[in-house]
Design a protein around this ligand. Structure first.
Ligand code: URA
Length: 433
């Protein structure tokens, strides 16, 4: 078999066989096939795409290049959740204790933020003492005893994806449905959960800018899970504006805590309810409607907040943060206002730019090795459809010594479009398995 022939077949719009895909992935990981041939193959896939079977083979070969995470010593149903990434996406922090209060086990590996999107691990680390690096024994113990454990990824999961992703990043071949779906699912299927709920973001702050592309990605990922005999559902959810009101690590923890206590912003609270309903239904524990009803009760009577405290304490964090978040979290006291330049309605928000505006304040990283400051970020006061008058505060910037305030303000200025008419809204859509 020759890489040349495999590339040519894909270039000419033909399907690659199981053996050919295995040959390319294995050969690349072993260093037997050079970057330039794999780049050409990726570009051919970018233009000619893959069938469901090809995508599945690519996923499984990337998965098999590394370890799998066995969760069998965790009792009960383990459901994983994955978001394709967005701005202000603090969902895992609120959703984990919510679904654990309904009887699910959340044993999740999460990542750090890069570029305009944040990462759960960075957010959790803004809680004093919170350990995101824990032993496998502690991981299992906490999942069994509390029902929630969230840790940074230490296992060698899908190293082929890491290598291929770096090449895609350098060759403009990231944003293609087959390549993204195989990349995400190779890591999700490596963790042996009983079901997977995929939150596929769509819009100006997401990888996929259009609903049509986001639905294709959602369907492709669910199809891969099915071919692997795993339960999965995907939701396509709105990223045409930041999720909730707060962007930035400690600010997002504060908002997640308010949400588990029933005082969160409407859009974020609704997303958590939708995802929780689907997670419980896909696990077969209760129906979507029953889950939503029970969750409302558990939030009202403090069950979810108590579970969050136990989770934080078990991972070494100061659980007092749940009762007194503003005292325990370090949130900058240095605030700069971003104001409306004219009267009208907030018509569009370039959400990716808002993410970058928060990043340049120091809340995120442009490069993996950059330092971050958990105390900085942006509080959004006016979202899509809001009526504003010239001079109204649209957002508050929480800044520190490392913040580039001017750059952040000019990004926000570019991000916000104010018009005399109200924008249309987009409702989340469920893609069934
Ligand atoms: N996230 C991933 O893990 N892989 C991609 O290709 C895109 C987003």
């Amino acid at each position: 078999m020759r890489a040349y022939d495999i590339i040519m077949k894909k270039r000419d719009g033909q399907e690659n066989t199981k053996e050919e895909i295995k040959f390319m992935v294995e050969g690349y990981v072993k260093g037997e096939i050079p970057d330039y041939q794999v780049s050409a193959w990726l570009m051919a896939i970018f233009y000619n795409h893959m069938t469901a079977e090809e995508r599945y083979e690519l996923t499984m070969n990337m998965l098999k290049s590394g370890d799998t995470v066995d969760l069998s010593s965790i009792k009960g149903k383990k459901i994983d959740k994955h978001s394709t990434g967005g701005v202000g996406d603090k969902t895992t922090m609120a959703l984990a204790p919510m679904v654990a209060s309904l009887g699910l086990k959340v044993s999740k590996l999460s990542g750090r933020g890069l570029g305009h999107t944040g990462g759960t691990i960075d957010k959790l680390e803004s809680i004093p003492g919170f350990k995101t690096s824990i032993s496998p024994e502690e991981f299992v113990k906490n999942a069994n005893e509390i029902g929630v454990v969230v840790a940074g990824q230490t296992a060698n999961i899908a190293p082929a994806d890491k290598k291929l992703y770096a090449l895609r990043d350098a060759t403009a071949t990231v944003d293609e449905v087959s390549l993204i779906s195989a990349s995400i699912m190779s890591k999700k299927l490596a963790v042996m959960s009983d079901g997977i709920v995929l939150d596929v973001k769509t819009g100006s702050g997401a990888f996929m800018k259009t609903v049509e592309d986001s639905e294709k990605l959602a369907k492709a990922m669910v199809e891969i899970a099915k071919l692997n005999n795993r339960n999965a559902v995907a939701m396509v959810t709105n990223m045409n504006q930041p999720l909730g009101d707060n962007v930035g690590n400690a600010l997002e923890v504060l908002e997640a805590i308010e949400t588990v206590k029933g005082n969160g912003p409407k859009d974020f609270t609704e997303l958590c309810y939708e995802l929780a309903g689907n997670m419980l239904e896909v696990s077969g524990i209760m129906t979507y409607d029953e889950a939503k009803k029970k969750l409302e009760e558990n939030i009202k009577d403090g069950t979810v907040a108590n579970l969050m405290k136990k989770w934080i304490k078990a991972q070494g964090g100061d659980s007092n943060v749940v009762d007194n978040p503003e005292e325990v979290l370090t949130i900058s006291k240095d605030i700069v206002d971003f104001k409306a330049k004219k009267d009208g309605y907030i018509y569009t928000i370039d959400t990716e730019k808002v993410g970058i505006a928060s990043m340049v304040l120091g809340a995120g990283r442009a490069k993996k090795e950059d330092e971050i400051d958990n105390s900085v970020g942006i509080k959004i006061l006016k979202k899509l459809g809001a009526k504003v008058s010239k001079g109204d505060i649209i957002a508050k910037l929480y800044v520190s010594k490392i913040s580039n305030v001017e750059s952040s303000l000019s990004l926000l200025k570019e991000a916000y479009e104010i018009k005399n008419e109200k924008p249309d809204s987009y409702n989340s859509k469920l893609i069934y398995s």
